[in-house]
Design a binder for this molecule. Structure first.
Ligand SMILES: Nc1ncnc2c1ncn2[C@@H]1O[C@H](COP(=O)(O)OP(=O)(O)OP(=O)(O)O)[C@@H](O)[C@H]1O
Ligand SMILES: [Mg+2]
Length: 365
């Protein structure tokens, strides 16, 4: 696939419009990126994901960048690269990581972003920064609301609408003020106007996958809502989406949190690292909204616009309605108990499904 073809088939006015939107990013030369990252030195490596490694770098003007370098060159990876660049070039929002540029020389494919000095939410919740406890409650609330607003933009304001498909803690980056920047649209899928969902091969990360998506490959905005619900529970509790209890048993964060919510034991859910310093009403909102987002039935999940309002405490009646949902009734708790565990218990099933669904990749209107 010719990456340039994404940009060559536009009319003059389209081009002008694009130039206006894209004026803040540019093409980098490989030489420039080699110089910025000290030849992709191991010491500059920030981490590694599905696409390849990410390196810290500094440009000649002193500005800091993060460079994502494609691991293996293939048509599929080339496609993902093109998708990520095409999507990133379209989106501009205070809570979405914006593109600084790209490089496509020979078989090298690189994407250049602003460097986020506070790295990812994952590194603070479970990784190298977790012991420093830099995420106080107010930062967590700002991150939760900010990342929800970024996803609202993708779902409702971007044209065409975008499903992220890989909402998770490592894809929420934090700027110097701990403001959330949702990253990684390489997995995203554009939704044509009028389509309700897109049938596609399963991508994403176990523990965050909505059951209907993991099993049937049905991607829609509500899959992102599900993943975001898991992220909210993670932000509140500091727990991972899936916990290994012993060699054979795993428990999803929803299976753990739901019974506690039913019994009103919110203080047992909150991250102990907060040492009791949190706003009770806000914690309740984050946890209850997180669980309803991660409901097994997609139609029970709120939209991301509602999620933002609920988190801000602006939809009091809707919140009471959610609290009274049968899922939160003691003894008959159901709704989100088997989502993550189905995905987790059936790793093989998911990957088999992945291949199967790939065959019928098409848009369902
Ligand atoms: N702009 C950036 N600034 C700082 N750190 C970044 C930046 N972009 C990515 N990282 C970090 O680099 C690491 C690798 O990122 P990458 O997106 O490749 O993988 P991932 O998010 O772990 O998995 P996936 O491939 O599923 O997205 C992550 O820890 C991520 O937080
Ligand atoms: Mg990522």
């Amino acid at each position: 696939m010719d990456f340039r073809s994404f940009f060559c088939c536009t009319t003059r006015s389209d081009r002008k419009e694009k130039e206006k939107k894209q004026s803040t990013w540019r093409i980098f030369s490989l030489k420039e990126l080699h110089a910025a990252t000290n030849n992709f030195n191991y010491d500059n490596k920030l981490g590694e994901g599905g696409f390849g490694s990410v390196y810290w770098g500094q440009l000649w003007d002193g500005s800091q960048i993060a460079v994502k370098r494609l691991k293996v060159f293939s048509n599929k990876a080339e496609m993902e690269f093109a998708v990520e660049v095409e999507i990133l070039a379209r989106v501009r929002h205070k809570n979405l990581l914006s593109l600084r540029g790209y490089c496509a020389e020979g078989q090298e494919r690189l994407i250049v972003y602003d460097y986020m000095p506070n790295l990812s939410l994952l590194s603070h919740l479970h990784g190298q920064h977790s012991s420093e406890s830099l995420l106080d409650w107010s930062r967590r609330m700002t991150i939760a609301i900010g990342s929800a607003e970024g996803i609202v933009y993708l779902h409702n304001q971007a044209t065409p609408h975008i499903i992220h498909r890989d909402v998770k803690a490592s894809n929420v980056l934090l700027d110097s003020e701990f403001k959330a920047q949702v990253a990684d649209f390489g997995f995203a899928k554009l939704i044509p106007d009028g389509a309700t969902h897109v049938t596609t091969r399963v991508k994403g990360t176990l523990g965050y996958l909505a059951p209907e998506y993991a099993m049937l490959g049905k991607a829609s905005e509500s899959c992102d809502v599900y993943s975001f619900g898991i992220l909210l529970l993670e932000i509140a509790s500091g727990k991972k989406p899936i916990e290994k209890l012993n060699a054979t048993t795993r428990r999803s964060i929803t299976e753990w949190a739901l019974p506690l919510v039913c019994e009103g034991k919110f203080s047992e859910i909150v991250d102990p690292k907060l040492k009791g310093e949190y706003v009770e009403q806000e914690l309740k909102r984050v946890v209850v909204v997180g669980l309803i987002c991660a409901h097994n039935q997609p139609e029970k999940r709120p939209t991301m616009i509602e999620v933002v309002e609920l988190l801000k405490g602006e939809m009091k009646e809707k919140f009471v309605e959610i609290e009274n949902d049968e899922m939160f009734r003691c003894g008959e708790a159901r709704g989100c108990s088997d989502g993550a565990s189905v995905a987790d218990d059936s790793l093989d099933f998911v990957s088999e499904e992945k291949e199967g669904v790939q065959e019928i990749e098409k848009v369902v209107a």
